[in-house]
Design a protein around this ligand. Sequence first.
Ligand code: DON
Length: 309
Amino acid sequence: MAIVMEEHELRQLVQSCRFAARNGKIPDYIPALKKADPGLFGCVVCNGEKTITAGEVEEPFTLQSVSKIISLALALMDKGEEAVFQKVGMEPSGDPFYTLQALEEGRPSRPMNPMINAGALAVTSLLAGNSTEEKLGRLLAFVHELTENTSINICEETAQSELEHADLNLALCHYMKSHGVVHGNMEELLEVYIKQCALRVTCRDLAKIGSVIGRNGNDPATGRSIIPPRIARIVKTFMVTCGMYNASGEFAIKAGIPTKSGISGALVSALPDGTGIGIVSPPLDEKGNSAGGVKLLETLAERRKLSIF
Ligand code: DON
């Protein structure tokens, strides 16, 4: 199967998008993320048969909000659709990812969707396991399976740094607990969520995850089902409607590729032909998405007619 473009073209494209990263800003609310190299720019495209790379693709970074699609898939596999969507809605919010306001306005007070922080916290609370260790162990095993990379681990430095500055996420947990959305120990829930965000990967891992989701949950190498097709479809749909937060509508029009972003500057995209794209470029635009990465995906989509619409 032909891949979206030749490697030399991708390299030129990455080179030409580096300028867009200069318009972005490294986020400062998690101290450990402030150390990110603003010049880092990597992209991997893989379709199971072929992998092409451009830029600095061996540099590790943390998943951050990209982890929300992984925990959502696992929670749906663990507990089923009914249980998950009792706790979290399916609608885009049009609000920033950290919003508390939408929780107060909504009745019943349930997070709007699993891609905003409140929704992701509610989803994480549903993961099967009797302890934080067991939940994280299952999540890690799932990520190893998706990426075929068993060296992926938690970046403890990033996790500790975020745990020390997680008042807003803890407030979201307590607010949801008071409304019966989540139960149990909120410090423990916060720890699992922050550690899932701190899983350290490379662009190669992201591209592989995108490829599995693009193939309706099947491993590109073996064809084995890792995520049931219906759950892969739900995940892809959320990537389109909420994956880029309150920039999801604009991104759907300009690129039209199911994509999820994280504040580390990570982006994972899943194309319907089973091609996965993994990108990192840490400076973020005002909506919290990688400025250079968004430019790259929009240009790629335009040139290769990749929009699913
Ligand atoms: O919970 C947080 O705020 C971070 N660990 C993740 C947020 C994030 O990646 C939002 N992405 N664009």
